[in-house]
Structure formats: C-alpha cells, structure tokens
Design a protein around this ligand. Sequence first.
Ligand SMILES: *Cc1c(COP(=O)(O)O)cnc(C)c1O
Length: 326
Amino acid sequence: MLLHERYPAVREGLPHLSLSDGPTPVRRLDGLSADGRAEVWVKDDGAFGSGPWGGNKVRKLEWLLPEARRRGRTILTFGGLGTNWGLATALYGRDHGVRTALALVDQPVDEHVSAQLERLRASGATLHFTRTKRRTVLALPWLIARHRPYLVPAGGSSPLGMLGYVDASLELAAQVAAGELPEPSHAVVAIGSSGSAAGLALGLRLAGLGTRVVGVPVTRDLRADPASVARLAGRAAKLLRSRGARLEAPPPTAADVTILDGWIGAGYGHPTPEGEAAAAAARERDALALDPVYTAKAVAALRAANAAGELGRGTVLYVHTDGPRY
Ligand SMILES: *Cc1c(COP(=O)(O)O)cnc(C)c1O
C-alpha cells in the first residue's frame, strides 16, 4: 500500500485495512490493440481483493471499513438491486467486523441481477427495498434512526473511498517505473458514482504521470461530467491535506478529464449492442470477461475512440473494474 509510504503523516488519521495482496497485473491486449491507433493495455483490478468478491469497490473498502470500525458503526449505503458495491461491502464487512445495511433501488432484473440479489440476501446485510431514489431520500431519517450508521454514498465514492484509486495510481506509476508497461497517454474507466475516475485523476497527477483520465458514464442517475469528476478529486485532495499530506501537485481541473458520452443506451443496466460486441471481442481475442452494466460499455467507448484516433498513437490503459468470483 503505497499511499502511506508516500504520505507518512496521514498514517494515523487515515487508517488502512489491506484486503488484497500485491499490485494488480497489467498486460497488453493484443486483440483490442489491433482495432485502433494506440496500443491497449489493461490494469486488471478484477484481481483486486483476496475475499469472495473482487474489483474496484474493494479498493474503496480498504479505507472505508477501518473508519466504520473505528466509529463502531453499521455502514448504511445505497445501490441498485444488483449492486456490486453493496455486495462487496457486505462480504468484506462481515469478514472484518462491520455490519452493512443497504437501501436498494430498482433496476432491470435479468439473470445476473437476480443471482446478485440472492448473494445479497445470503450476505447477512440488512436489505431495505426503497425502490426509487426519491423514496430512498424520504426513508433516510427512518433508516438513520434505525441503524445509527456510518453513512457512505452510493459506490463508496466519498473522499475517503476515493483514496483507493489514488493508491491504485501510485501502484500503476511503480509498474511504469519498473518497465512493466509504457506510460499510458490515457486511462479509460467506466463511471458510475465517479469515485474511481476521480481518484485516478488525482492519483495520476500526484504520481507524476501525464496520463489523462477518460471516463465512460453508464448511468444517467448520477452526475458525471469533467467538472463533477474534478470536484470529487478536489475533495479527496482536501482530505489528504487536512490529515497532513504535502501534495506534490494541485488537484486536477475539469480540463484534465475527458468524458465519452453516448454509451449508456436505454439506461443503467440495459445492455447495448456495442457493449455486447465489445464483450464478445474481449472474450475471444483477449480472454477478458466484461460485464454488461459497466465494463462492456467502457470498452465499447474505448474501441470507438481508439479506432477514430481520439486516443493518440501511444499507449491507452483500460482500467478493468469488475471482479466477480462465482
Ligand atoms: C461500481 C463499478 C464501476 C464504477 O465505479 P465508480 O467509482 O462508482 O464510478 C465500474 N465498474 C464496475 C464493475 C463497478 O462495479
């Protein structure tokens, strides 16, 4: 875990719980590279997490679980019926002495979502089916009275949770320095609650890399534009500074972030033809499994932008965020 090494002053104020071993692997994706101008590499954060569930949410939990434990509180958080975030919180929380309560809103139920819901039911988390965003807001006072919780936003994208992707950026910089991959000109990532993209945008700058974050929104229910991503990154920077870190660079601005719009299709959780084509190509040619909700849409956007030459002629990094283990 590199963040504490780089900023020893935050060790006490920002405790960390290790949930994974070693850096996640990077490799060149030959199939995806053949389709575009820039060569494409992946950082496989699906491999992050030593427990029963992996992926980007586990990086956030490394910071959020110790805080919940320190406060002695149940985590109350939010998601759709198939929420990866809610399941990761419930499973890793259970292993580390933190209870989880989830307020769940409806999303299209396919086989994947109903299986996910079964896992949520089996996880030991308390489930509240609040159905819509509006009803979740209305239920909030009752939920707070009931659980006296440590409240964490959807996707774990609080300033504290975002430190997971600041740390991931430092990990990537060490891999570049060790010659494991070329320095990427762009890093492409799916965007739900924006915390992963914002953490990367901050962390890549602090690490001294020139890599530009390219986010691909997969939902219209949460704001995702360059300004909102930069604002989140600024809040994470402020948290680090407030705990004593001396940051090497100012936080990113909206001009440092690119958003590729137009890949959501009918809405969150609805598969798209471009996503399905991207998933088939990635599976057959690069042995990489993409999920229809997040990563298939991100790779669909990456393929199109790269074919159009919008990602330059150097190296593009795809940050793979999905890590189901079943
Ligand atoms: C939650 C999630 C994302 C989005 O991450 P945010 O930090 O919420 O933007 C991307 N991919 C997968 C697989 C996820 O589960």
